[in-house]
Design a protein around this ligand. Structure first.
Ligand code: F6P
Length: 364
């Protein structure tokens, strides 16, 4: 009988609860034991009552709620080998032989590190007398399955991460609300959206709200004097009859020299060069809150169920997988490759090799 633990880590994302529910219920339906690990990796490091055997009813009502009901954390101790060794001990002591980690880029990198180090941790725990010889032989490998939960949609191995659909919907609702007041006053609005170093939210928000201009990290303005290009474009829209100007800025947006593009700077340009009455709105954590869209409930449920299936299919040689979705099909790929690919994309962006980044991550 497999004993499957599930945790959520890093920034919460709408739809994480749906994934947790699906992992627990699919595990029980497939005659496994399920464990809820509370407060992300911190729960693994702390052990005790943070790791709880889960029943069908423990995840009742999870499907439709935002955030993560089992808590999350950005855990500093887990970033150190010592913290990961303690986590390994708690997994062994609870008899957990498979772990589903629902989180973003950083959390899945942490999962991949634990997977790599696992045999060393087991050896050391045995040498220190923290686990028995029997436990060391039984837990020679740990199966880790990643599910990508992040509003940023920045994992290279999947078309959509859990939470990105809801965050995009929230941005659109908010920008629609902004547009009605902007139109009344003939104002310009500069709206900053989240996404870290990924412009998926900003780009898609710009398309869905009919923005006049967008700044994303993957495609910085090429020209030195991008301010003039932007102003000319906004002027053209106004002379064609538009009462407002809407500029969406990804929080990670940069210019050709990799300097951050700041909302306040854009506001100043619009005010001084065009005389527009301009306001800045930083949407912030409202983007991560609220109920998940149907898409995120669907993704969370299918991927949670697939995570359990992947565990049951695995042999001791199967590399730890990450569950994704490509062209509307739920996929299972090696976690290690997904992390490496994501890092390659980040490096390509850092090196200003945007065509390479687009090739590696065609979705943005
Ligand atoms: O990774 C998700 C995310 O919401 C990013 O878009 C944002 O930059 C960051 O987390 C905010 O983190 P925190 O909630 O720790 O302020």
């Amino acid at each position: 009988k497999k004993r499957i633990g599930v945790l959520t880590s890093g920034g919460d994302a709408q739809g994480m609860n749906a994934a947790v529910r699906a992992v627990v219920r699919m595990a029980l339906a497939r005659n496994c034991q399920a464990y809820l690990i509370h407060e992300g990796y911190q729960g693994l490091v702390d052990g005790g009552d943070k790791i709880k055997n889960a029943s069908w009813n423990d995840v009742k009502g999870f499907l439709t709620l935002g955030g993560t009901l089992i808590g999350t954390a950005r855990c500093a101790e887990f970033r150190e080998p010592k913290g990961r060794r303690i986590a390994a001990k708690h997994l062994v002591k609870n008899g957990i032989d498979a772990l589903v980690v629902i989180g973003g880029d950083g959390s899945l990198t942490g999962a991949d590190t634990l997977r790599k180090e696992w045999p060393d941790h087991i050896k050391q725990l045995l040498a220190d007398g923290d686990i028995t010889q029997g436990e060391a032989s039984k837990y020679q490998t740990l199966m880790i399955v990643g599910i990508v939960g992040s509003i940023d949609n920045d994992l290279a191995s999947t078309d959509m991460t859990i939470g990105s659909s809801s965050a995009l919907a929230r941005i659109c609702e908010s920008v629609d609300a902004i547009q009605s007041t902007a139109t009344s006053h003939k104002r310009a609005f500069v709206v900053e959206v989240m996404g870290r170093h990924c412009g998926w939210l900003a780009l898609n928000a710009a398309i869905c709200t009919g923005a006049d201009y967008v700044f994303i990290p993957e495609s910085p303005p090429e020209e030195e004097d991008w301010e003039t290009t932007m102003c000319d474009s906004l002027k053209r829209s106004r002379s064609a009859g538009k009462r407002t100007s809407l500029i969406i800025v990804a929080e990670g947006a940069i210019d050709a020299k990799t300097n951050p593009i700041r909302t306040e700077y854009i506001k100043e340009i619009l005010a001084t060069r065009l005389g527009y009455d301009t306001r800045v709105t930083i949407l912030g954590h409202v983007q991560r809150g609220g109920a998940p869209t149907s898409m995120d409930r669907y993704l969370g449920t299918l991927q949670g169920a697939e995570a359990v299936e992947a565990i049951l299919r695995a042999t001791p040689d199967t590399p730890s997988p990450v569950i994704g979705m490509l062209e509307h099909k739920i996929t299972t790929q090696p976690l290690k490759e997904a992390i490496e690919l994501t890092k390659e994309v980040a490096k390509a962006i850092e090196d200003h090799n945007f065509s390479r980044a687009a090739q590696l991550r065609p979705k943005s």
